[in-house]
Write a protein that binds this ligand. Structure first.
Ligand code: F6P
Length: 514
């Protein structure tokens, strides 16, 4: 059990042995984890495919205004510009709602933090729109008064098509709603200020993200603007303080009692040695509703790679699939599979010692469920125990058969991460714990956790297909040069193709591309 930055990480239900520990230490040394960690914190270009640092840790250290060597002073000044802006918005009381537009790393952090710390005392309403689906946009603005709404466009690149489309839709919505000076209602968070200016955001309402912080680490940057506007800048300060405490622990604690390193090792054993291809996240907190999606991006966009630094295949499975939902909902959804399916999955249980002060009974039950589930996964239930449960059944054959259904194999690994209470500091420490775990695993697997080439191909294809979908029917039948299925659906959307006569009408064409 490791205490780190106010969190308690209980790894006692993971595989352990002196031999495994010795092997793990040799592995960390052989893979150069200590040097890699130093390079990360020193702002070296650890994102080697893009030749950039991944210096989100500097933003946390910047919190104190004691700038680490070489830190771009602008990033620190941007915080004060951002908080001044929030103060101005609070003073004028012009805006009763915020429409936050962004996707991926420009969306999940604010969603997570606002769900965690919003609620009754919230400063103003917040709506999010990330998806390019028109339903999403219309649902997001339903019931909002455009004259009292501030639109925050968050995009590091300011080229993401979903975000730009939704931003234009928001501008049209403001105009239709009678807003005369639309620019006053726009703020942007981006590393591409000229593009934000071109959209009509006034320079004094554009807040600069740094190029040396990856999109999925944006929550530590001024991308926290919507958090500050909704639940207060103190939440951001607290989160950064918690993350900074975890940074210090990660840098200073010996490997054997280093929480991110030990969590990473448990994951490496589960994934690369025991062959578990997924990791379930079970947060026993309704307020951590968005934690799973946040971690899905952090872990899967970072580790979903198959090529090492020299371009050769890694050769072992890397990123586990991250999935889950808050406990106890998960217990009534998929825990059956965790307990009794043939393979199951490792679980990270996350809980806090204190819950809502008005509902101590509910919190006691929540915690009891969390502890019970991990005990059930570890210990399981053997046939002898199950037979005791059916001892009242006279028919011996039926009793035995039923008992066999009640057997839980057990021996299923889990970690328990405990926060004293869910506060901004605890959340910041928790997110940094996972960031550093992912980093350590990437070093061991030899992959770059800071790029995301895998999302580029689909994006590029979508641009071409979108153009083709817009080609009018009058243009006649066009040979799109796609696989048969894609061409069929382009034509069908354009009103050219009929429903397939049979699946054989086009399946062979698809197969040719497989
Ligand atoms: O999904 C790919 C990605 O580039 C993420 O890494 C990023 O968080 C997201 O798109 C949004 O990018 P941006 O902030 O540039 O709009």
């Amino acid at each position: 059990v490791i205490e780190a930055a106010g969190l308690c990480v209980d790894l006692s239900m993971q595989r352990q042995s002196p031999a495994l520990e010795a092997a793990a230490m040799s592995l960390l040394q052989a893979r150069g984890v200590a040097d890699a960690r130093q390079a990360l914190f020193a702002g070296e270009p650890v994102n080697w495919t893009e030749g950039k640092p991944a210096w989100h840790t500097a933003l946390r250290a910047g919190r104190t205004r004691e700038q680490p060597d070489g830190l771009d002073a602008d990033s620190v000044c941007e915080y004060s510009r951002m908080t001044d802006f929030v103060r101005k918005v609070d003073q004028t009381a012009d805006f009763s709602s915020v429409l936050h537009i962004g996707i991926g790393g420009s969306d999940w952090g604010p969603r997570l933090a606002i769900q965690a710390f919003g609620g009754p005392g919230q400063r103003r309403q917040i709506r999010f729109v990330s998806n390019i689906d028109g339903h999403a946009f219309h649902d997001a603005v339903a019931g909002l008064d455009p004259r009292r709404c501030l639109v925050v466009v968050s995009s590091k690149s300011f080229t993401t098509s979903e975000t730009l489309h939704n931003a234009r839709a928001a501008i049209a919505w403001l105009k239709q709603g009678g807003v005369t000076d639309v620019s006053e209602h726009l703020a942007a968070v981006t590393a591409n200020a000229p593009a934000a200016r071109a959209l009509g955001v006034p320079a004094n309402q554009v807040f600069k993200m740094c190029d040396w912080v990856g999109g999925r680490y944006s929550v530590w940057s001024v991308a926290g603007l919507s958090i500050a506007l909704t639940v207060g800048a103190d939440v951001l300060i607290g989160m950064r303080a918690g993350a900074e405490a975890m940074d210090q622990h990660f840098q200073q604690a010996p490997f054997a009692s280093n929480a991110p390193i030990q969590l990473a090792l448990a994951g490496l054993v589960n994934c690369s040695v025991l062959g578990h291809n997924s990791l379930n996240i079970a947060a026993y907190s309704a307020r951590l509703l968005h934690l799973v999606t946040y971690l899905q991006q952090l872990e899967m966009e970072s580790l979903g790679k198959r090529v090492a630094g020299d371009g050769t295949a890694v050769g072992v499975p890397t990123a586990p699939i991250i999935w889950g939902m808050p406990g106890t909902d998960g217990q009534h959804t998929f825990f059956q599979w965790l307990h009794q399916s043939e393979d199951g999955a490792p679980v990270d249980f996350i809980a806090s010692l204190q819950g809502h002060t008005d509902s101590p009974d509910a919190h006691r039950m929540l915690l009891a469920n969390c502890l019970a589930q991990r005990q059930a996964l570890l210990r399981g239930k053997c046939l002898e125990q199950a037979l005791l449960d059916v001892a009242h059944i006279d028919d011996q054959e039926r009793a035995l058969s039923l008992a066999q259904h009640m057997v839980h194999p057990g021996g299923r690994p889990s970690t328990l991460i405990v926060l004293r209470q869910l506060d901004p500091r605890g959340l910041g420490a928790l997110l940094a714990l996972y960031e550093h775990k992912v980093f350590v695993q990437s070093v061991v697997w030899g992959i770059n956790p800071f790029d995301q080439w895998g999302v580029e191909l689909g994006k590029r294809l979508a641009t071409g297909i979108e153009r083709e979908l817009a080609v009018p029917v009058s243009a006649g039948v066009v040979d799109w040069g796609h696989d048969a299925s894609t061409s069929y659906w382009i034509d069908r959307y354009r009103g050219h193709a009929q429903a397939p006569r049979s699946r054989h009408a086009w399946v062979p064409g698809v197969a040719a591309h497989l």
